[in-house]
Design a protein around this ligand. Structure first.
Ligand SMILES: [Zn+2]
Length: 381
């Protein structure tokens, strides 16, 4: 297919959005599609839900390489988008979808809630679409990215190669047609990721703050703040007081917390600080679009219980291996009464990688990984 007809196809697919797109945006869309090397339109990778006037949650569909959710705040003349996914092409797909379904206003700000690749590897794509976009993060996140970003990109690529190996083995042993199809799709997506990652540069936020940054816009005020360490050393939240919505990245979502880069003893206090804000609903970094306020308390209680269990084990000299055998979903009080089922259901629904696991397996793995990470990171300075 010639690039000329490809452009024609995109123009048809994007309709009015294509007419309104800048030359750079058009170039980015064409490049994304050329990379996809198929006659399909840019893939729809998100389900966008309106959560309040001028606020939307883009919930990432399950992929072999996980994308984060995005929160979209529609300002008077432009957009602020929270988080930037695992590859630039996911950003192109999201922006195309926004232009088609919501508004043609330009992207003015992209906020990176924290350093992880599934929230930042798409930043280069934002820069490609809008060279004047401001990329906002905490000063801590920028410094983490500056120091470890290149190594993180490398390890994301190496991780993809390893999982490709595992998937190939699993495909060879697949027993059902469903499992075979799942492996093949995972392999296809992982290869596409590898291919794209070859040329993804490290993009650093250009606008940082230590604790607070307020954006005053006629549509609403947006309060960005760092409230303590938790999922990483630099997580921030974006709070809209007038609409009582908060976007929390991975500090608060409907998956099990990811603690491997985290500060388990600080995290509950950080959630307590978030709970001081008068929000009603939460857009989380993964999983379903909207959490109720109560989820902050449930996640905090779960983290507090894990910290308590590990503190006791450390005091009694119980090794990690023993702890991993004795602590199960059934022994954790805060997972009873619905919270555990809510977590495993959300993972099953929104994480493609968990598709072939039973809810009990998802739950057991979530708890095991959490216990291990709390143990390892317990005394982190
Ligand atoms: Zn993360």
């Amino acid at each position: 297919m010639h690039s000329h007809s490809r452009r024609g196809f995109l123009a048809r697919m994007l309709g009015g959005a294509w007419a309104g797109a800048s030359l750079l945006e058009r170039a980015a869309f064409v490049a994304a599609r050329a990379r996809a090397q198929s006659k399909e339109p840019l893939p729809v990778l998100f389900d966008i839900e309106k959560v309040a006037d001028g606020i939307y949650a883009a919930v990432a569909r399950g992929r072999a390489l996980i994308n984060c959710n995005a929160a979209i705040f529609e300002n008077e003349h432009d957009l602020l988008i929270v988080d930037a996914h695992s590859v630039p092409s996911a950003v192109f797909a999201l922006v195309a979808q926004i232009r088609r379904d919501i508004t043609e206003k330009p992207v003015r700000y992209v906020v990176a809630t924290h350093v992880h690749g599934d929230h930042t590897q798409g930043l280069a794509g934002c820069r490609q679409i809008s060279p004047s976009v401001d990329m906002v993060a905490s000063a801590r996140t920028r410094s983490l990215l500056a120091h470890s970003g290149a190594a993180r990109l490398k390890s994301a690529t190496e991780g993809a190669a390893r999982s490709l190996e595992n998937l190939r083995q699993r495909l060879a042993q697949a027993k059902t047609a469903e499992e075979k199809a799942w492996c093949e799709e995972m392999i296809r997506q992982t290869r596409a990721f590898q291919e794209e990652m070859r040329s993804v540069p490290l993009e650093l936020p250009n606008l940082t703050f230590d604790d607070h940054l307020t954006l005053h816009d006629k549509a609403h005020e947006l309060h960005l703040s760092f409230r303590g360490r938790g999922h990483t050393a630099g997580d921030i939240v974006v709070f809209c007081p007038s609409k009582k919505i908060i976007a929390c990245g991975d500090l608060l979502h409907s998956f099990f917390p990811t603690i491997s880069d985290g500060y388990p003893r600080d995290w509950p206090g950080t959630l307590r600080s978030i709970q001081e804000l008068e929000f009603e609903r939460v857009i989380g970094g993964h999983g379903r679009a909207l959490e109720s306020r109560e989820r902050a308390g449930q996640m905090r209680a779960y983290l507090e219980e894990l910290v308590e269990i590990v503190a006791r084990a450390k005091q009694d000299g119980v090794p990690l291996e023993r702890l991993e055998q004795t602590i199960t979903p059934a022994t954790i009080k805060t997972l009873q009464g619905g919270y555990g089922d809510y977590l495993s259901d959300s993972v099953k629904r929104f994480d493609f990688r968990a598709q072939l696991n039973t809810p009990a397996e998802v739950m057991a793995r979530g708890v095991r990984e959490n216990v291990t990470a709390v143990f390892r990171n317990f005394d982190r300075p």
